[in-house]
Design a binder for this molecule. Structure first.
Ligand code: CS2
Ligand code: MN
Length: 358
């Protein structure tokens, strides 16, 4: 019987403190989710580079379960004059991935920034540190000075999507979006998807859009992959099973109005990848990335896993941002220990649900 595959994200040999050898020792984890970390959005990935990346992972006894992410160039998101050539490049990358037998691609359509947090190391009573978000802190930032304000808080580590090279252009990037509202962004997403679906059909590539995080507009930029209504609209506007979703509980869950198990059920057949993690809300505008356990946060993780089980989910799943515990020094959210605990907990929930259903 096909079932879900537990995986872990791996940031590659140059950046990750967590080695493939360590990942391999997490019970039940056989696949990794990775990407070509030194490629820029818009570049074509050659078959050779993909092969090298695969060989490295496979040499450690693991396999590549999917790519997170093949990033989408801002010209595509804004529908700029050069979008077609960037889409051609994206198609070439998808083709090469398919030829190398990789069939899952996670991406996002968030303008300018990837996920946004206001603290990368908030201390909890047990001494662990976690990523946290506070709306008042975001509202106090000047968008064009965001990088300076947040960079100071990170102990030299930065969030994906907040790289210094990118931040040098932050003003230009904001300008590119000045005429883009939600409707235009939807239109540009549709255009992109319609153009890439043929190559996805040919090579059986499941595209899995990652939700915007947090799931509302920040810094005045449009954000559309935020709730059930919008994600169903996206599924219907390009009604092809290869046009699917990364169901990230921690990202959709930032908006307490999102009923996560209900969203999962409504996406049956279209969830190709799952990120499962918990959040703890201290107030509706302040949350922190708790341990995966239901009792440590706001979500019922059993109900989330049960909904995935019941829709027959069988793709890769991974624990998401973990706490920093046991003195580990690693990229915020992506240490080994707490994500390994998360994977083990999710595997336990799944086993119980599966056996209970027999
Ligand atoms: C994040 C994102 O929440 C997450 O999983 O780490 O960076 C995510 O990888 C991208 O938005 C997917 O394109
Ligand atoms: Mn996620």
């Amino acid at each position: 019987m096909k079932t879900m595959e537990m995986t872990l994200r791996w940031y590659g040999p140059q950046f990750d403190t967590v080695t493939l050898q360590k990942i391999r020792q997490i019970p039940g984890v056989k696949g990794v989710i990775t990407t070509l970390y030194d490629s820029a959005p818009g570049e074509v990935w050659s078959r050779e580079r993909i092969r090298e990346m695969k060989a490295e992972v496979e040499a450690s006894g693991l396999y590549i379960a999917g790519i997170e992410s093949v990033n989408v160039h801002e010209e595509i998101k804004t529908g700029g004059a050069n979008r077609d050539s960037y889409i051609d490049n994206y198609i070439a990358t998808l083709k090469h991935l398919g030829q190398e037998d990789i069939h899952l691609v996670c991406y996002n359509f968030m303008p300018v920034f990837d996920w946004t947090r206001t603290e990368l190391a908030r201390k909890r009573p047990d001494g662990s540190t976690v990523l946290a978000y506070n709306q008042e802190a975001v509202d106090a930032l000047n968008p064009e000075k965001i990088f300076e304000s947040i960079a100071g808080d990170t102990n030299g580590t930065i969030m994906p999507g907040w790289e210094p090279e990118r931040m040098e252009h932050v003003k230009e990037l904001f300008d590119m979006y000045k005429d883009i509202d939600d409707e235009k962004l939807f239109k540009n997403l549709k255009y992109f998807l319609e153009r890439i679906m043929p190559v996805c059909d040919k090579y059986n590539i499941n595209m899995a859009i990652h939700p915007d995080d947090p799931a509302w507009s920040v810094f005045g930029l449009p954000r559309i992959i935020i709730n059930k209504k919008n994600i169903l609209r996206m599924m219907q506007m390009v009604d092809n099973p290869h046009n699917g979703v990364t169901f990230c509980s921690g990202s959709y869950g930032t908006n307490l109005e999102n009923d996560l198990p209900d969203m999962i059920r409504s996406l049956k057949g279209r969830i190709h990848f799952a990120h499962v993690r918990n959040l703890r809300f201290n107030s509706p505008t302040d949350f922190e990335e708790a341990a995966h356990l239901s009792s440590d946060g706001t979500f019922d993780m059993y109900e989330i896993m049960k909904a995935l089980y019941e829709i027959g989910f069988e793709g890769p799943i991974r624990p998401d941002h973990g706490r920093m515990i046991w003195g580990e020094v690693a990229m915020p959210g992506y240490g080994l220990y707490d994500r390994a605990l998360g994977a083990t907990y999710l595997n336990g929930l799944w086993e119980a649900i599966e056996k209970g259903a027999r």
